[in-house]
Design a protein around this ligand. Sequence first.
Ligand code: COA
Length: 348
Amino acid sequence: MQSSKIAGIGYYVPKNIYTNDDLSRFMDTNDAWIQERTGIKERRFADRLEETTTTMGIEASKIALERAGITAQDVDFIVFATLSPDYYFPGCGVLLQREMKMKEIGALDIRNQCSGFVYALSVADQFIKTGMYKNILVVGSEKHSFAMDFNTRSRNVSVIFGDGAGAVVLQPADREGQGILSTHLHSDGADAEILAMYYPGAHANKWMRDQPGYPDQELGGLFMTTEQLESGAALPYMDGPAVFKKAVVKFPEVIKEALEANHLGPQDIDLLVPHQANLRISQYVQQLLGLPDEKVFNNIQKYGNTTAASVPIALCEAWEAGKIKEGDLVCLAAFGSGFTWGSALIRW
Ligand SMILES: CC(C)(COP(=O)(O)OP(=O)(O)OC[C@H]1O[C@@H](n2cnc3c(N)ncnc32)[C@H](O)[C@@H]1OP(=O)(O)O)[C@@H](O)C(=O)NCCC(=O)NCCS
């Protein structure tokens, strides 16, 4: 079956830099706490009015298309991963299609949070494998800053996340053994609520009925009431320690699964590009796999956790820095809300 290769890659980050000290102007936090727990030194936040998840995705896409040597009109399918779409619906895929003046091609939106890009890449890979499409644009983009609460009550969440976008063009590989060797995707919804944003949503479960302000009426009102909005119910929720514990198990598990499926071992990896959730998580995974520093790429220090954008931004920065050469074995791995997690093994 025809495998797919990354023919072009690009990323975009907003120019506004917020250091840890900058955040301490808004909430009770400090540089030492953030760096020690997460490794993050600074992050980028999009312009509040001018930039959106879609516009950042477009900037990254333009670079990816140029590097692939194709134009927007050559793209025959879009896969757009984000948890922070411009609209509740429709998704960002069609907005990108419109703004980039693409043909009336298919546009698919992926809702898999931190593992969104790996899921998106896997979906695109299947379309190339079957021969259905030849030029697929895969985008991961996030504008977290618009929905975060920059107050002490939300400090465990708001110091971690940042804005940005990454994109790749996927095309049929040129030769046998090149490109995406395999992807492995997983989910376990048992702990869906411990890293989540519940509103706006159609949830009507017991857990929600116990929350303050749940509307007592026959129809409607499940979307969001003013009381819920004011109580902070519409903000992202994260049980950080629980997420950490699960991540350090699932990251290595899905990387080993990818290696075993290809009869390879950790020593064969030339570069591991893990989702930038937390530097401590990446370091733990690195240690477990016995990889030296030069074989693991981290940039969370500069950008924080950019969720669906983190893997393509890191992959692109690593490639631009000359850390990925033709023939290298690159492993992408991600874990996040859902929980969902996955890996992709690529022969560059
Ligand atoms: C979020 C995370 C950094 C918190 O680190 P932690 O060591 O687990 O910290 P805790 O949540 O137990 O909080 C410890 C203390 O720090 C405080 N704290 C939380 N956020 C803080 C902040 N930004 N600044 C200062 N103090 C903070 C807490 O209030 C708590 O204080 P207390 O002991 O007085 O109650 C860590 O759990 C983590 O990174 N988890 C994984 C998150 C993740 O990867 N999410 C994305 C998934 S893809």
